[in-house]
Every structure is written in structure tokens, then in C-alpha cells.
Design a protein around this ligand. Structure first.
Ligand SMILES: Cc1cc2nc3c(=O)[nH]c(=O)nc-3n(C[C@H](O)[C@H](O)[C@H](O)COP(=O)(O)O)c2cc1C
Length: 372
């Protein structure tokens, strides 16, 4: 296949079925924390307001022909950040959120792309220096990892869970009012929804623990609550979703397939497939070579492709993409042409070069070496 045929595949638009929104090509920017919000530990009420650079950053991505732009972590509670300088969506903030978010969303959509900001609650993965009393499914503390320590969590009460469900729904409605095409719920990498899905972290005995149905309840309630606020024929609900957490006794691929179908049936129209947690950061690539059961594919191919294509087989409607490790255009083209997945997502390549996708589509850059 020559390079113009390759580009025809990667440059082909695709339609999100429930909303009818069109993504102009098959290449997206997965969520990556931008850390471009205000932050002052002595004035937390004012934290998380987008700085002007936030809009400039997303304008550069739009100018780089990114078909779908996911903004990075936007915590839904200002006391529980993923990191300092996160943009925050919390109903009680002192600044006006619709006005504050609109410029970056407009910038992301300025060249005809779709914009799906990611909404998050870190649970027990909040760095201890930001908050030493986290909330989680249970009181299972995260051991030091990724160069940080984490406090012992308090199990969320039922009221606490319902408060978070409302916060996610409010954040989604606010994003819709600010012009976003939808939102991506962060249900991967060890954040709160994976803390409920994982049997090793979730030790609850109420209706949010035990069976898979119970462990998935909080996530599904969140999807339903968003739908009540913003209908899926106008607003895309996406989920960044683990195929596996690469932890013994944790989330298995078999369980994830069942939850995937529940989510799709509930109205999720876009999945960004990934894997791992802070304790086993598979999304960086390393565990796939350190776990003997999961040998790496060829360098430059998406590291989660083998699982993403299984989700695609059982999917009946949603668009399936996967992020992590894509560097070689010919592997991207092959996976999409074969119908194994619909889209390829990128993190670090776009961080290093906002024109990475444009260069791919212009046939300038065939391959970028992985940095691990
Ligand atoms: C600095 C940094 C920040 C990240 N922030 C987020 C985030 O906010 N939300 C998320 O879902 N993933 C986040 N990720 C993971 C990326 O979205 C992506 O899954 C990962 O980098 C693998 O893709 P890549 O090989 O193309 O970089 C982050 C990764 C990095 C390196």
C-alpha cells in the first residue's frame, strides 16, 4: 500500500452514532493533564481556573489537524486534585466555569475537530502532599509509587458516592454549556472507578462491592446521571477504559468485557482503551515487557491493540480507539484498515510536537521512536 492510500485510511472521517457528530480523521489526542489552571494553596476556592495558555495549547492541537481532542484530567472536586494546576470543575468555585472553559473548547474545535474533555476523581491516588485523607471504595492504601506517597483512604459513604455522581453530571452539563461535544469519564489508570471495579481495592459489602454488577454500579450510575443532564443525541459520553490493570487479583479482561457491554448499552459512544494503575503503569509501556504473560508487540504498534480489537469485536455501536505506544504510521493504518479498531490515540508524541498528526497525514513523519 502506498503512502497516499495509507493517508486515505487515517484521514477518513468517522461518525459517532448516537449524536451524529463527525470526527474528521482517525487520530486523536488522548487525555493528558495540561496543568494550565490557577493554583494557590492559600486560596483554594480560586484554584483550577484555566489560564490563557490553556486555550492557546488546544488551538495548537487543532491547527495540527487533531480530529478529536480530549482535554486532560479535570477533577470534579477541588479538594481532591489529580495534580497541582489541574483545571477544576466544581460547582462551588468562585469563577464562572462556562465562560472560563469556553475559549479552550472553541480553540479545540476551531478546525472542525471534536472536543471531549476528561472528568476525573483521583480517589486514593491523590498525592499525599495535596491531600493526606483521600476517599476511595475501601480503606486499602496505595503504597508509594511514581515517586509519590498516598494517604490511607476513608471508604466513601453512600451519600459520598451520590455526591460524586452529581458532581460528574454537573461537570458534564457545564462542559456542554461551554460548547464541548461531550466528555470522557476517566475509568482507567487506577482512578476512582477502577478503585470500585478492582476486587483487590474494593472490599465493600454493600451494593457497591462484591459482585461485578455491584462494583460497576457507581460508574453506570454516573453515566445515567450525565444522560439525565445532557442527552446522548447531543452530547457524547466517552470512557477511558482499562482492558486490564496488570495487578494480580485485580481487574481482568473477562470482567472488563462485561462492563464494556454494560457501558455501551447504557449509551457510551466512544471508548479510549488503555490499561494499568499508578502501581502498574502499563500505559507507559514498561509492564508489558516486564509481565511474561503480556509480551510486547512490534515497536511502534499500540500496546493495547490486542485487547482493543477484542472490545471492537463485541461492540455493536461505539467508536473504539486505543492509546499507548503508537509511533509507526503503518501499524496505525493496518489496524484501522483491517477494522480491528476505529481510531488511534496519542499522548506523548503530541506533547512533544503539536503537529505530530498533521505530519503523519502530510506523509512527513513515518515513525517516531518510543521514548521508553
Ligand atoms: C504527562 C502525562 C500526563 C497524562 N495525563 C493523563 C490524563 O490526564 N488522563 C489520562 O487518561 N491519561 C493521562 N496520561 C496517559 C496518556 O493519555 C496516554 O494514555 C499515555 O501517555 C500513553 O500514550 P502514548 O504512548 O501515546 O504517550 C498522561 C500521560 C503523561 C505522560
Amino acid at each position: 500500500m502506498n503512502s497516499s492510500q495509507v493517508l486515505q485510511v487515517l484521514g477518513q472521517p468517522i461518525t459517532l452514532k448516537l449524536s451524529g457528530k463527525i470526527i474528521p480523521n482517525r487520530l486523536y489526542r488522548s487525555a493528558l493533564s495540561e496543568y494550565l489552571g490557577t493554583f494557590d494553596s492559600d486560596n483554594i476556592e480560586a484554584n483550577g481556573k484555566p489560564l490563557p495558555e490553556y486555550a492557546n495549547f488546544h488551538k495548537a492541537l487543532a491547527d495540527g489537524d487533531v480530529g478529536l481532542i480530549c482535554f486532560g484530567n479535570i477533577p470534579v472536586h477541588r479538594d481532591y486534585l489529580q495534580g497541582p494546576k489541574n483545571v477544576i470543575l466544581d460547582a462551588s468555585q468562585v469563577w464562572e466555569p462556562v465562560q472560563a472553559l469556553a475559549p479552550a473548547i472553541e480553540a479545540a474545535k476551531s478546525k472542525g475537530g471534536i472536543c471531549l474533555p476528561q472528568i476525573t476523581f483521583p480517589g486514593r491516588q491523590i498525592p499525599e502532599h495535596l491531600n493526606s485523607t483521600p476517599l476511595s471504595s475501601s480503606d486499602v492504601q496505595l503504597s508509594p509509587c511514581l515517586g509519590m506517597t498516598y494517604g490511607k483512604p476513608t471508604p466513601l459513604s453512600r451519600e459520598g458516592i451520590q455526591d460524586l455522581v452529581k458532581r460528574f453530571a454537573w461537570a458534564a452539563k457545564t462542559l456542554a454549556d461551554a460548547g464541548a461535544d461531550g466528555a470522557v469519564i476517566h475509568a482507567s489508570h487506577g482512578y476512582i472507578f477502577t478503585q470500585f471495579l478492582s476486587p483487590t481495592v474494593n472490599r465493600r459489602t454493600d451494593e457497591y462491592g462484591g459482585s461485578l454488577e455491584n462494583r460497576a454500579r457507581f460508574l453506570l450510575e454516573t453515566v445515567h446521571a450525565i444522560q439525565k443532564e445532557v442527552s446522548t443525541d447531543r452530547f457524547v459520553i466517552g470512557v477511558k477504559f482499562n482492558c486490564h490493570d496488570f495487578i494480580e487479583g485485580g481487574q481482568t479482561f473477562e470482567d472488563e468485557c462485561i462492563v464494556f457491554k454494560w457501558l455501551e448499552d447504557a449509551g457510551v459512544d466512544f471508548f479510549d482503551i488503555t490499561g494499568g494503575t499508578y502501581a502498574s503503569p502499563a500505559w507507559r509501556g514498561e509492564p508489558l515487557s516486564t509481565y511474561a504473560d503480556f509480551p510486547s508487540g512490534p515497536p511502534g504498534e499500540g500496546v493495547f491493540l490486542r485487547w482493543a480489537k477484542e472490545f471492537k469485536k463485541i461492540s455493536t455501536r461505539a467508536i473504539i480507539g486505543t492509546t499507548g505506544g503508537w509511533r509507526d504510521r503503518h501499524y496505525m493504518e493496518r489496524a484501522i484498515r483491517m477494522g480491528e479498531i476505529d481510531m488511534c490515540g496519542f499522548g506523548r508524541p503530541l506533547q512533544e510536537n503539536a503537529n505530530f498528526i498533521k505530519d503523519l497525514l502530510l506523509n512527513k513523519e513515518r515513525k517516531q521512536e518510543r521514548t521508553w
